[in-house]
Design a protein around this ligand. Structure first.
Ligand code: DOR
Ligand code: ZN
Length: 352
């Protein structure tokens, strides 16, 4: 058999939704299988708003992963983002910045743009908290969409808000999460070097037509909504260049099939089980192994000041002789991104 085999470091997933309860049990091991660190998003109910909330959530996550696999438990380090709420005081930021805190960042969701609740309509109301974040070097992760805007323009419409943040808090570290548009990518390149962005795996493969083409595809529906072919090209160029400003955050966001296939499907694409294969395919076929490492690991470690020593290795294989690549098989609910589609690469973990 003529196969290519590549050994690489695990991914650092700088943006993931692990949920709670039974869904947490299903999805968390899929992230821990391929990542040794992840930044876990706070939009559970109720949201993660204090360091104590994050520590409790950490215990739940570690317990679930330990029950699934002791090997994965030994290699997986979850970090947390607190949700920016009206009562996120400078004191909360001080606790988040403490040495023993598992909190790496604070996440802002404008109200009514995506899954979950938010009670901060205007970032201008949060000046003391944002000043504390700037002083204590706690990054602000942004869901960058303007509520009520046309969903195809909502991200670009948020650029003036980030301009205001950059001018008002010149040292505030900012991550624009899950970028989807050429306009935002260009804007990020123009801001100082402590303003970076995450890019998901699914946004590197989808356009608006994949969400609403001849048929409606609820499993491709996410926020921000995938955009035009030109925006997709800009995203791929940014990922494949992998300058220090751009890094991988899966935004793997599972919802049970019953909800996704209902009349009001929530946004979110569940990519954790397949994202490594998709990324290996994209980067290695583009001849960019170094960019793969920067995009999926190094850039996030540098931005968040994390120890980059890998806790295990991944082995990726591709069968060159296969007439037709095998298709990705779906396990249980929730539906996996790319399920039923051909995938040339397989990725497995190897203990160091
Ligand atoms: O598609 C999305 N799903 N985008 C988000 O911002 C939130 C996420 C979720 O939590 O389901
Ligand atoms: Zn998200």
């Amino acid at each position: 058999m003529n196969t290519i085999t590549i050994t690489c470091d695990p991914l650092v997933d700088a943006h993931v939704h692990l949920r709670t309860g039974p869904l947490l049990r299903t999805v968390a091991p899929e992230t821990a299988r391929y990542s040794d660190m992840a930044l876990v998003m706070p939009n559970i109910a109720p949201p993660v708003r204090t360091v104590d909330d994050a520590k409790r959530y950490e215990l739940d996550i570690k317990g679930v992963i330990r029950a699934a696999s002791e090997a994965m438990d030994a290699t997986f380090r979850p970090w947390f983002a607190l949700q920016l709420c009206a009562d996120t005081t400078p004191q909360v930021i001080k606790e988040a910045a403490a040495d023993d805190s598992p909190v790496l960042a604070v996440k802002y969701y404008p109200p009514n743009v995506t899954h979950g609740k938010s009670d901060v309509r205007d970032l201008q109301d949060m000046r003391p908290t944002l000043s504390a974040m700037e002083a204590l070097e706690v990054p602000l992760c942004l869901h960058a969409e303007v509520p009520g805007e046309d969903p195809l323009r909502a991200e670009a419409a948020f650029i003036p808000t980030i301009n205001w943040l950059v001018q008002t808090f010149p040292r505030l570290r900012i991550v624009v999460e899950h970028v989807t548009s050429r306009a935002m990518i260009e804007a990020i390149k123009g801001w100082p070097k402590h303003v970076g962005a995450t890019i998901t795996a699914h946004h590197l493969f989808l356009t608006f037509a994949d969400v609403m083409g001849a048929r409606l595809h609820p499993h491709h529906f996410c926020k921000p909504i995938p955009k035009t072919p030109d925006d997709l090209i800009a995203l791929r160029e940014a990922a494949l260049e992998a300058s220090p400003k751009f890094f991988y955050g899966s935004d793997s966001a599972p919802h049970l099939n019953a909800a996704k296939r209902s009349a009001e499907a929530p946004p979110g694409v569940y990519t954790a089980p397949v994202a490594p294969m998709l990324l290996v395919d994209l980067f290695f076929h583009a001849g960019k192994p170094d960019a793969f490492r920067r995009f999926t690991r190094m850039n996030a470690c540098t931005f968040y000041n994390l120890d980059e020593t890998p806790a295990f290795k991944l082995t990726a294989t591709c069968d060159l002789t296969a007439q037709e690549p095998p298709t990705i098989s779906q396990k249980e609910d929730p539906h996996w991104f790319f399920a039923g589609k051909p995938m040339r690469w397989q990725v497995t973990r190897t203990t160091l």
